[in-house]
Design a protein around this ligand. Structure first.
Ligand SMILES: NC(=O)c1ccc[n+]([C@@H]2O[C@H](COP(=O)([O-])OP(=O)(O)OC[C@H]3O[C@@H](n4cnc5c(N)ncnc54)[C@H](OP(=O)(O)O)[C@@H]3O)[C@@H](O)[C@H]2O)c1
Length: 291
């Protein structure tokens, strides 16, 4: 079993695997009924040990229902005992006009978005508030500075950033203490993330990989996408998704994967990755086989 994960150098210590709630909201034709989503979140917390949930104000169909995902989480965790056991990480800085994904990193927008997230999450303070993505039209110092001000005012406990490069991270860290970075990364989608991951390890920043099992496009066919994942999964009597998550966990102590799913069965499988140990040879094959 992997050790619990400390987020950055904060007081927040969570299960080594979190839950990404995005798919409960962003696609009208695929999202579960609200009552089923609430049940899934409660099952995750009560039965599977999930105590880190990732969301965003922009996880919705469009900007007529901003905060949809946050409201589901608030409803599921309304019971005080449950709420106290869970760290909820949300994000601001993305907007959904007519369903498009756009960025708004202006300080006045981030302030209003944070206030709205506080209401949607039914909380007085947000555990981890992440800048969803850098806005190329706004200096990063201004966006991160707005989060630092919100932190000083007691509206957010800790600051995270998302979709950041090392140079942007260095600039952000001159403005505020950064507890986490959330970037796209998985065994089948390694891209150029080594530098960010190494930087996070050196600076004791948590690295939260999004799309950890390949994202919706590839996850459904993961066995076909990677024969190597399938082969190793068969050897461990598990699924390629579980191997993909175990690979991330073993790659770095900075890692906090947040696989996303709308199905309790998949959630249960994904959490099993915390107890799967891959051999050094399997780790190496997986890395080299997907470069
Ligand atoms: N910061 C950002 O810019 C950003 C961008 C994207 C996502 N995120 C966050 O990262 C989280 C994870 O990313 P993601 O959800 O896009 O990618 P992901 O976790 O790699 O993939 C999710 C997809 O995998 C399927 N899946 C999950 N577990 C499975 C299993 N055991 N067996 C078979 N299929 C499985 C799910 O389908 P089913 O529903 O059918 O299980 C879903 O379609 C999101 O939920 C969100 O919180 C952040």
């Amino acid at each position: 079993m992997h050790n619990p994960h400390r987020i950055g150098t904060t007081e927040l210590v969570v299960h080594p695997i979190g839950y990404g709630a995005m798919h409960l909201s962003i696609d009208q034709s695929r999202r579960p009924l609200p009552a089923d989503s609430v049940r899934l979140i409660q099952h995750a917390v009560d039965e599977l040990g999930v105590n880190f949930i990732d969301t965003a104000d922009a996880y919705c169909i469009d900007d007529t229902e901003t905060g949809h995902n946050e409201r589901l989480i608030a409803e599921a965790l309304r019971d005080a005992g449950r709420r106290q056991r869970v760290v909820v990480a949300t994000k601001g800085g993305s907007i959904r006009p007519e369903g498009r994904w756009e960025r708004n990193g202006r300080p006045e927008h981030l302030r209003a978005a944070c206030e709205r997230s506080l209401r949607a999450l039914e909380t007085e303070i947000i555990d981890l508030y992440q800048l969803h993505a850098p806005d190329p039209t706004v200096p990063i110092e201004e966006s991160v500075g707005a989060l630092r001000d919100l932190q000083r005012e007691g509206k957010i406990k800790h600051i995270g950033v998302s979709n950041f490069s090392v140079p942007l991270l260095e600039r952000a860290m001159r403005e505020a203490e950064v507890a986490s970075v959330q970037n796209q990364f998985s065994v089948i989608n390694q891209r150029q993330e080594e530098a960010v991951l190494k930087f996070c390890e050196q600076k004791s920043i948590t690295y939260i990989p999004w799309n950890p099992v390949g994202g919706r496009g590839k996850a459904a066919q993961l066995a076909e996408v990677s024969a190597l994942l399938s082969e190793i999964a068969a050897a461990h009597n598990t699924t390629p998704h579980v191997v993909a998550i175990a690979w991330l966990l073993q790659l770095s102590p900075a890692m906090l994967p947040i696989p996303g799913t709308t199905k309790i069965k998949h959630l249960q499988q994904n959490m099993e990755a915390a107890t799967l140990t891959l051999t050094a040879e399997e780790m190496k094959h997986l890395e080299e086989g997907h470069r």
